[in-house]
Design a protein around this ligand. Structure first.
Ligand SMILES: Nc1nc2c(ncn2[C@@H]2O[C@H](COP(=O)(O)OP(=O)(O)OP(=O)(O)O)[C@@H](O)[C@H]2O)c(=O)[nH]1
Ligand SMILES: [Mg+2]
Length: 588
């Protein structure tokens, strides 16, 4: 009699578990997929572990305890994993080699009827191994069992190592294969510790045992000691020894008789659906017990990263804000203006015709408008404006570059950003578009001053000034007044700047009256500050984009803790109930 297949009568774990696991898995995926350079190596590994474990094992198992069991062979290179797989499968399913490492893909041997389930959507293997999966069908493998041969755990090849790490998150039963000479190697024990933490049921195979009985006993004791030290519970563990030379060269396998006890255990599972379910439920229960601590660690990682990210962002913001402030200060003093531009402007505002204009007052001018227009000197509008804006851009660029340099220096001293700033030289200075972007903003600023001049002039109906001095020249006057003004000139800067400031203000005062003039200059200053801030913010944003927001990381940590708490609270009773329900389903 054949058993009903999983697809006919699936036994899901209770839906509470599936739903809670799905919520946690979504968060784990969000975290693992958004790992930037900010997460440390260990934190990144933990994140991937949590994601792989949830997606590769917990979710598929929570959805069905009847899906085929993944029996994973893992261990150091050359230990005999592939040889054991071939012995268990009964044919040369996986390549055995002398060149190490030999196995570079995941070799899966299972019944044809289990293929669709194993490779179906939401199942572990396809998701974890992708195109590095080789599926071999065999009628000799027991029902509901997938034998999985993996690359070595100590691989010098990073991709191999990563693949095996992922598979270890998906297995239902782990067969750890080592040898009498290799068992003390350090790396495999990391995987074993992880197997313990995630509650993976284990079989330990010691291959190539020496013939001498007392030597064998020594090795077994030593292995037991190391396993105990690693926190693996020995009572629940099978340790199988395979003597040196127990080989079946006809199919690149270990001798079948020597691996009989392992084969028996697998056959028993194949013959007994309840036993499979129980093992699946045990593996799931172990997983669930291990998940909350791992998820908490990942949440801790996120919170640490949040503190770091906040500090990095703060240091960048501070550098740009203080440089912007320093820039505003030197602008207010007018010291950046080149003497040549000031002199030209002074020559204009100091011309006889102009001084007569503001000393005689507007009222008296009306009658002689056309004479005034004819007599006015030409204002050096373009020269003064262009020189001033060019100098302003140069000065702003040097402050922005200094802010960039300060930020990059600070960031180069921090673990999470060291590589970023080392790899991207552009982070040590202003962005290439800085000048053009600021210049565009300054042109807009000048246009805004022009509009303001017209607006303020209109209300006073000062047609004369529009015609005689000109809107553009008046605008340049306001521009100059934002940088040099009588109040702001210090002793050291007296001279051409003070003279220009005085005459320039006299002219503006004559045109608009003092109150309107002060307001107009005030508006021009505010708008200039905004233009500069916009450009500095834009520069700062380059850095902010590289580091996540602390608040977002903290929010994810909180959600992770919440979801992990739900999973933790659910597990033992719900799972027992689920296993019972599954059993009742079979009995019915
Ligand atoms: N001489 C001798 N060779 C053995 C014995 N047991 C296993 N081997 C050899 O050890 C090697 C084990 O190779 P594999 O089964 O490919 O080992 P693996 O663990 O799959 O290695 P990777 O795929 O590289 O991770 C084979 O060449 C076996 O023939 C033994 O008792 N004596
Ligand atoms: Mg191999």
């Amino acid at each position: 009699m054949t058993e009903p297949t999983a697809s006919v009568n699936p036994a899901p774990a209770p839906s509470g578990i599936a739903a809670a696991a799905a919520r946690l898995a979504a968060l784990a995926v969000e975290r693992a997929d958004s790992l930037g350079g900010h997460a440390g190596e260990e934190a990144a590994r933990r994140s991937r572990q949590l994601r792989d474990h949830l997606v590769g094992h917990v979710l598929p198992r929570a959805n069905s305890l009847d899906a085929p069991l993944l029996v994973l062979l893992f261990g150091p290179t050359g230990a005999g994993k592939s040889s054991l797989l071939n012995a268990l499968a009964g044919f040369a399913a996986s390549e055995v080699g002398v060149l190490r490492p030999t196995t570079r893909e995941v070799v899966v041997v299972a019944r044809p009827g289990d293929r669709a389930t194993l490779l179906g959507e939401g199942m572990a293997l396809a998701a974890l191994a992708g195109d590095r999966l080789r599926f071999t069908e065999s009628e000799d493998v027991p029902e509901g069992i997938a034998l999985v041969d993996s690359p070595d755990v100590d691989s010098i090849e990073h991709a191999n190592r990563e693949l095996t790490d992922r598979l270890a998150e998906a297995a239902d039963l782990g067969i750890f294969v080592t040898t009498a000479t290799r068992y003390a190697d350090r790396v495999p024990w990391e995987v074993l510790t992880r197997a313990r933490d995630r509650g993976l049921p284990l079989v330990v195979v010691i291959n190539r045992m020496p013939p001498d009985a007392s030597d064998q006993a020594t090795v077994r004791e030593d292995v037991a000691r190391l396993l105990t030290d690693a926190g693996v519970q020995m009572e629940t563990l099978d340790v199988v020894s395979i003597p040196e030379g127990a080989l079946d060269p006809s199919m690149d396998a270990l001798d079948r008789a020597a691996v009989a006890s392992i084969r028996e255990r697998i056959d028993d599972l194949g013959a007994d659906r309840d036993a499979r379910r129980e093992l699946a439920a045990r593996a799931l229960a172990g997983s669930l017990a291990g998940i909350a601590p791992l998820a908490e660690r990942v949440a801790d990682d996120l919170e640490h990263e949040a503190i770091e990210a906040d500090a990095l962002r703060r240091s960048a913001a501070h550098a740009f804000q203080s440089e912007a402030a320093a820039l505003r200060e030197s602008l207010a003093g007018g010291t950046f203006l080149r003497a040549e531009a000031l002199r030209q402007w002074q020559a204009f505002v100091g011309a006889d015709e102009i001084t007569r204009f503001f000393s005689s007052g507007i009222g008296k001018l009306r009658g002689t408008l056309s004479a005034m227009v004819r007599g006015m000197p030409r204002a050096p509008v373009a020269e003064v404006r262009d020189d001033t804006l060019a100098d302003l851009v140069t000065l702003a660029r040097s402050h922005a570059a200094e802010a960039a340099r300060r930020t990059a220096t600070t960031w180069s001293e921090e673990r999470s950003t060291r590589e970023l700033v080392a790899e991207d030289a552009s982070l040590w200075s202003t962005s290439p578009g800085f000048d053009a972007a600021l210049r565009a903003r300054l042109d807009e600023w000048i246009a805004g001053i022009g509009e303001d001049v017209q607006q303020s002039g209109k209300s006073k109906r000062l047609l004369a000034k529009g015609a005689s001095i000109g809107v553009n020249a008046t605008g340049v006057g306001v521009m100059v007044a934002t940088f040099v003004h009588s109040g702001g000139i210090t002793g050291a800067e007296l001279g051409v700047a003070a003279g220009t400031a005085f005459l320039n203000q006299k002219l503006l005062e004559a045109l608009f009256g003092e109150a309107a003039m002060v307001e107009m200059i005030g508006r021009a200053r505010t708008n200039l500050a905004e233009a500069i801030d916009a450009s500095f913010d834009e520069e700062l944003r380059r850095y902010e984009l590289l580091v996540p927001e602390g608040a977002a990381l903290r929010a994810l940590a909180t959600r992770l803790r919440g979801a992990a708490g739900e999973v933790g609270a659910l597990q033992p009773d719900a799972l027992r109930a689920g296993a019972d329900a599954a059993r009742a389903g079979t009995d019915a």
